[in-house]
Design a protein. Structure first.
Length: 414
């Protein structure tokens, strides 16, 4: 019975998968498995230029951008704001080495496009290119209708120049972060779409995450479309190196194979490390903001206190002289008494003006980059200790709270 195969992947031994293979932007003479004559019948599509094939390029007098250039443009158009915002946050925390541009995001294994290969049948028994193309077009239309707010198809190609007709399709998951910036993030995007873990009573892992449920949903949609085109396929297709059974409500009932315990543990550790790294970065940003605000307030309080206390002592002496003068006023002529009052008033004004100037000098000294850097470090250390203690306390409260399950199905339609 004919099988439907759908493989997903992002990276190989040389890093993130390149789109050059998909639109044949390399020397085909170096690829023995590709029939150059049949390659002229390939069909290509991308999110900026739409459909075309190699024959169009020969007949049309215009520049055709490659899949690589299209993806570079997409990442630049959509994720530059996130990169700029992250650069500013890294600058504040003193970690410019963490800066990344949109091309770094496109090449990173966690944020690069995911590539999916779709094939129906084998070299000996496969569907016609016309049927495969129509199924793909219907599937991508339905895919965009259901998931297009958070999952974006960048490009796809129908290859007729190899042993079996098949399709390469590339997409990216994204949603906004807490700063309102759009950024590539798969698990959060799928959560926004309403996908749950396959096993709600277990921790998220390499085999228990929203992507598993999403892929199962996509495969069921594909089966439904294939049936509409008169194809009755094996309902247990090979998917990567594992098999899954799905019910019509798109939730996986059981996984037939699980990874070895050691691999699962390592995957879980890696996930925890990634989460901890993100939390530490956010905590460091918060600590820096709190420390700087605390330092500025401390400078204000200290200078005001110095000004008030110093002026209080000096003016007290002036007032004592004034009081003695009043006690002995009967012994002095009016003219001399008035002169002494003017002198004391002038002294009071000078004391106030002098303290105002001294206060400004104190503020300038304490706010100088060298002094501020020197004094901020101990404040940061103490703030971090305090924040960590508070976070642990809150974490314990949350752990002890009664839990409820929220089974959203916004993206998973029956």
């Amino acid at each position: 019975m004919t099988k439907l195969t759908r493989h997903n992947g992002r990276t190989g031994k040389d890093g993130a998968y390149s789109a050059k293979h998909n639109d044949r932007r390399f020397d085909l003479e170096l690829a023995d498995h590709i029939d150059q004559e049949r390659a002229k019948g390939n069909i290509y599509w991308d999110c900026y230029q739409g459909y075309h094939n190699p024959m169009d390029d020969e007949s049309e007098d215009k520049v055709r951008f490659s899949f690589e250039e299209v993806e570079e443009a997409y990442y630049s158009d959509h994720y530059q704001e996130y990169c700029d915002g992250q650069h500013e946050r890294n600058k504040k925390t003193g970690h410019p080495e963490r800066n990344r541009d949109t091309e770094d995001l496109r090449q990173d294994r966690r944020t690069c496009p995911e590539e999916t290969i779709l094939q129906i049948g084998t070299m000996e028994d496969s569907v016609s290119p016309e049927v495969l193309a129509q199924i793909a077009e219907d599937f991508y239309e339905e895919f965009d209708r259901r998931f297009g707010e958070y999952v974006h198809i960048l490009d796809w190609s129908l290859h007729l120049d190899e042993a079996t007709p098949h399709i390469h399709e590339r997409h990216v998951f994204d949603c906004k972060n807490k700063y309102g910036e759009l950024m590539p993030q798969q698990e959060k995007a799928l959560e926004e779409l309403g996908f749950e873990l396959p096993y709600l009573d277990k921790k998220m892992s390499k085999t228990n995450n929203r992507k598993v449920t999403f892929d199962a949903t996509c495969r069921v949609i594909l089966f439904d479309i294939c049936e509409k085109h008169g194809l009755h396929l094996d309902q247990e297709p090979e998917y990567g190196s594992r098999k899954y059974l799905e019910k019509q409500d798109y939730i996986i009932q059981k996984q037939k194979e699980i990874l070895e315990q050691k691999e699962a543990e390592l995957s879980q550790v890696q996930t925890q490390l990634d989460e901890m790294t993100l939390k530490v970065e956010e905590l460091e940003t918060l600590v820096d903001e709190v420390a700087e605000a605390a330092y500025d307030k401390a400078v204000e309080v200290v200078t005001n206190t110095v000004q008030i206390e110093t002026m209080k002592a000096d003016l007290h002496q002036v007032n004592e002289v004034r009081a003695k003068l009043e006690d002995k006023a009967k012994h002095y002529p009016i003219k001399e008494k008035n002169f002494a009052e003017k002198v004391l008033d002038a002294v009071s004004r000078r004391i106030k003006n002098a303290m105002s100037n001294i206060t400004q000098k104190i503020i300038m000294t304490l706010q100088s980059p060298e002094m501020k850097k020197q004094n901020l470090e101990p404040i940061r250390r103490e703030a971090k200790k305090s924040l960590l203690a508070t976070l642990r306390e809150k974490e314990e409260i949350v752990k002890n709270m009664p839990r409820t399950e929220n089974h959203r199905r916004k993206g998973v339609e029956r």
